[in-house]
Design a protein around this ligand. Structure first.
Ligand code: SF4
Length: 694
C-alpha cells in the first residue's frame, strides 16, 4: 500500500519548526488499524475534499453502515488505478507534529526494511481489541518493537464500545499488556481506551470513558519525541574517494551527520589522526569570498585538510570531540537473506558506510523466526531470520552504535560476493586501548587462568588495567556508560535486590543501551525480597530475568544433605550455594563479555581485596563493581534522595540480605555482612559467586 495525502490544512510553519515523527502501527488486522487510521485522517482534516461524504453516500446507497476502514480501501483503489496514493506511508498533521504513519502489514518484510534502513520508525502504536484482550499476536507485536529498538510505544485498546466501555475490562487488559511489554523492556507512554469507529478517545474524550484520565490518541501522538535530525548529530563524513588535484588532496564524500565547517578540528577514524578542515571546495571554482564555509548532513562535498596525512576510502572524518569508535569487534542485530544459514565461524564481508572489512562470526545469540516473532533457540541464523551476532573484523573500522547515529550505525553483510543481509550496530569494541603505564588510581585484579572462552587473557588483563585507570575518577553512572562503550557483546548485571543493586538498577534505568538484568532465584529468598523484586519491576518497567537451580542437581543435593544441610558443614553449605547460586550464575554469564555487580570494598575485609575492575579470564569477561569505592553513607544518601524501593527487612535490622535460612538481623555495632552465614568464620563467608574458592 502506498498513499500520499498531500493536502495541507494546517498553517504552514517556517521550515524546520514542526517536528516529523515516523510512527509504525502494529496490531492484528482485525483489531481496527484501518478504522483508526481513517478516523485519525478525518479528525485532523487530512482527507481530500468530499471524500468522506462520497463514501457515506455510497454506503447509504448500498444499505451498508459506513465504516472508517472504507476510507483506506477507497484510497487503495485509487492507487491501484494509478491515481494518487501510498497507504503504507500516510502523512498527517497533528497540532504539534508532522506524522508519517507506517502500516506494517507483513512482519518479515517490515523487519527487513527497518533493519536495512529502507524504513525507520521513531515510535509505535500497538492496537489491542478490547473484545479479545491480549493474545499471542499482541505479544509478538511487542516483540517486533523490541527487536527494532523502538522505545516509544502507545497502546490503544480499541472497540471499547463492544464491551460497553467497561472500565474493569480496560484495567484488566491494561495490566496484562503493561506486564507483557515490561518483560520486553518497553514502557508504554499511554494506554488509551478508544472506539475508533465512534471516535471516543481518538481526538477527544467522551462521557463513555469518563473514568479514564489519560491523553487521547492525538495528544499521545503529539507527545512522541521525534528522532534528532541528522544535522544535529556529531559530524560524520565517510570518505568516498581522495583525489589529487593540482597540489591539493581533495577528500570527497557525503556528510552523513552533523556539519563540516572550515576551521573545525576533526579526527580521521579509525586511525584517530587529528587534522583541521582547511577548505570546502566548490565546482566550478569560485572566488574565495564565495566558497562555502559549511556543509550539513545530506550534502556531498570535497574538503581539504591543513596537513598532509594519509586518508583513504572507508575512513570517516569525525568531530574531534565526539569521534566514531575504532572497532575490531562489534555486535549487531542482523537480517539474513542468504539461503545458506549464517553460523559461528562463518566468514563474511562487512560494509559500513564506505568502509569494508572481512569478518568472522564470533557468536550468535537470539536467532529469531520473524514469522513466529519468537526466539527459535537456534545457533545459526536461517534465511529471512533475524539474530544478534558478534563479528570479529580483520581490520579496524570507524563505527557508531545505531542508537547513537542511525545514519552510520548500519552494516551490510556480503557473502560470496552478494549482499546477504543487513543490520543495526548495537555496540562496538575499541580496536586498542592505551595501556601505557602510569599511576594506578584503581586496583586491577585478575582471576586469569587458561581461557575456555577463546578470549585472550593477556588482552583482557590489559583492557581491565586500562579501564581501571579511566574508571577511578568517574562516577558510577559514567563507569557503566564507559563499560558499555568499550565492551562489545553481552553485558549482564546481576542483582540480588540489595541496596547497591537498587542503586545500579536505577542508574541503568536512565540509560537506553542494552544491559541484561538477571537475578539468581535460589528458591530460599525472603518473601520480602520477592515483594521488592515485583515492586522494582513495576517502578522501572523492566522484567528481571530469573535463573533457577537445575532440578536434578537440587534433588541430588537435598537427598544427600537434607533441605537445611548447609548448617551442618562448610562442604554442605558450599554445595548448596553451588547448586542454587554459582551454577545458575555461570548460565547467566554464558557468552557475556561484561559483568556488573554491586560489591563494595567496605562490606567486609575479604571484599577489600577485590577490585573496581576485574579481568575474569576464565569467564572471558570484564567485571565492574561500579560502587566499589562507595561508603555505606553515600549509598544510603543516594537511596534516600532518589526514593529507591528497598527491602522492608532493612528496617528490622537486616543489612546484607541473602537466602532466608542463612541471613539474620545484625546488631548496630556489627559489620554489614555479619548476618550472612553467621555460624561461619569471617574468612569463609563468600559463597563462590564473587571469589574462586581456595
Ligand atoms: Fe543454600 Fe544458604 Fe547458600 Fe542460599 S545462602 S544457597 S540457602 S547455603
Amino acid at each position: 500500500m502506498n498513499v500520499q495525502i498531500s493536502r495541507q490544512l494546517h498553517p504552514v510553519s517556517p521550515a524546520g519548526a514542526r517536528a516529523l515523527v515516523r510512527i509504525v502501527i502494529v496490531g492484528h488486522v482485525d483489531h481496527g488499524k484501518s478504522t483508526l487510521i481513517g478516523r485519525l485522517l478525518h479528525e485532523v482534516e487530512g482527507l481530500p475534499d468530499g471524500k468522506l461524504d462520497a463514501l457515506k453516500a455510497v454506503s447509504a446507497r448500498r444499505g451498508m453502515p459506513f465504516e472508517w476502514s472504507f476510507l483506506l480501501d477507497a484510497l487503495q483503489t485509487e492507487r491501484d488505478q494509478g491515481i494518487t496514493i501510498d497507504t503504507s506511508q500516510i502523512r498527517l498533521r497533528t497540532p504539534a507534529r508532522d506524522i508519517v504513519l507506517i502500516d506494517a502489514p507483513g512482519h518479515a518484510e517490515f523487519l527487513r526494511n527497518m533493519i536495512t534502513g529502507a524504513a525507520q520508525a521513531d515510535a509505535a502504536v500497538l492496537i489491542v481489541d478490547a473484545t479479545e484482550g491480549v493474545r499471542d499476536q499482541t505479544r509478538r507485536h511487542g516483540y517486533l518493537l523490541h527487536l527494532l529498538g523502538v522505545r516509544q510505544v502507545m497502546v490503544v485498546i480499541n472497540k471499547m464500545d463492544r464491551v460497553a466501555f467497561d472500565a474493569g475490562k480496560f484495567r484488566e487488559i491494561e495490566t496484562e499488556i503493561a506486564a507483557q511489554l515490561a518483560g520486553l523492556g518497553l514502557t508504554p507512554s499511554a494506554i488509551i481506551p478508544i472506539s475508533a469507529r465512534n471516535g471516543d478517545g481518538v481526538a477527544r474524550h467522551t462521557s463513555s470513558t469518563a473514568w479514564y484520565r489519560g491523553p487521547t490518541v492525538l495528544a499521545a501522538l503529539d507527545a512522541f519525541v521525534p528522532a534528532r535530525p541528522p544535522h544535529d548529530l556529531a559530524t560524520r563524513l565517510p570518505v568516498q574517494a581522495v583525489y589529487k588535484f593540482d597540489d591539493r588532496r581533495i577528500i570527497a564524500g557525503r556528510v552523513a551527520s552533523g556539519r563540516i565547517r572550515v576551521g573545525d578540528d576533526v579526527l580521521i577514524m579509525p586511525a584517530g589522526k587529528p587534522a583541521c578542515i582547511k577548505s570546502i571546495e566548490a565546482w566550478p571554482e569560485r572566488e574565495t569570498s564565495q566558497t562555502p564555509r559549511v556543509a550539513i548532513a545530506g550534502q556531498s562535498v570535497g574538503i581539504t585538510l591543513d596537513r598532509d596525512i594519509f586518508v583513504e576510502r572507508g575512513d570517516v572524518v569525525c568531530a574531534s570531540t565526539s569521534p566514531a569508535a575504532s572497532a575490531r569487534r562489534l555486535r549487531a542485530r542482523v537480517f539474513w537473506l542468504h539461503q545458506r544459514p549464517l553460523a559461528v565461524g562463518g566468514h563474511i564481508t562487512v560494509r559500513i558506510g564506505t568502509a569494508e572489512s572481512t569478518a568472522v562470526v564470533a557468536a550468535i545469540e537470539e536467532a529469531v523466526d520473524p514469522g513466529l516473532l519468537a526466539s527459535d533457540g537456534a545457533e545459526v541464523i536461517a534465511q529471512n531470520h533475524v539474530g544478534e551476532i558478534e563479528l570479529a573484523l580483520s581490520r579496524p573500522i570507524a563505527i557508531d552504535p545505531y542508537t547513537a547515529d542511525p545514519n552510520t550505525g548500519r552494516i551490510v553483510l556480503e557473502f560470496e560476493g552478494r549482499i546477504a543481509g543487513g543490520g543495526l550496530i548495537l555496540t562496538a569494541q575499541a580496536a586498542a586501548l592505551d595501556t601505557t603505564s602510569g599511576p594506578r588510581p584503581g586496583k586491577v585484579a585478575s582471576t586469569a587462568r587458561a581461557s575456555r572462552t577463546g578470549v585472550n587473557s593477556d588482552e583482557l588483563r590489559a583492557k581491565a588495567s586500562a579501564l581501571a585507570q579511566v574508571f577511578a575518577s568517574l562516577s558510577p553512572a559514567e563507569r557503566i556508560a564507559h563499560l558499555r562503550r568499550e565492551v562489545a557483546g553481552k553485558i549482564v548485571f546481576t542483582t540480588s535486590f540489595g541496596l547497591e543493586d537498587q542503586v545500579i538498577l536505577h542508574l541503568l534505568s536512565e540509560r537506553t543501551d542494552d544491559i541484561a538484568v538477571v537475578t539468581l532465584d535460589t528458591g530460599r529468598l525472603f518473601p520480602e525480597t520477592y515483594a521488592l523484586w515485583a515492586q522494582t519491576e513495576r517502578r522501572y518497567g523492566v522484567r528481571i530475568r530469573a535463573l533457577h537451580p537445575r532440578h536434578g542437581d537440587l534433588e541430588t543435593l537435598v537427598e544427600r544433605d537434607g533441605i537445611n544441610g548447609f548448617y551442618d558443614s562448610r562442604a554442605a553449605r558450599l554445595a548448596c550455594c553451588t547448586v542454587r547460586k554459582v551454577e545458575p550464575l555461570e548460565r547467566a554469564l554464558a557468552g557475556a563479555r561484561g559483568w556488573i555487580a554491586g560489591l563494595r570494598a567496605e562490606q567486609s575485609a575479604h571484599r577489600q581485596d577485590m577490585a573496581l575492575v576485574t579481568a575474569e579470564a576464565e569467564r572471558g569477561l570484564i567485571k565492574l563493581n561500579p560502587l566499589f569505592d562507595w561508603t555505606r553513607e553515600e549509598l544510603l544518601a543516594f537511596v534516600s534522595s532518589n526514593d529507591l524501593p528497598v527491602n522492608s527487612l532493612h528496617a528490622q535490622g537486616f543489612a546484607s540480605i541473602g537466602c532466608a535460612p542463612c541471613t539474620r538481623a545484625i546488631a548496630p555495632d556489627e559489620p554489614e555482612r555479619a548476618g550472612r552465614w553467621w555460624w561461619e568464620e569471617e574468612s569463609k563467608k563468600e559463597c563462590g559467586l564473587h571469589s574462586h574458592r581456595p
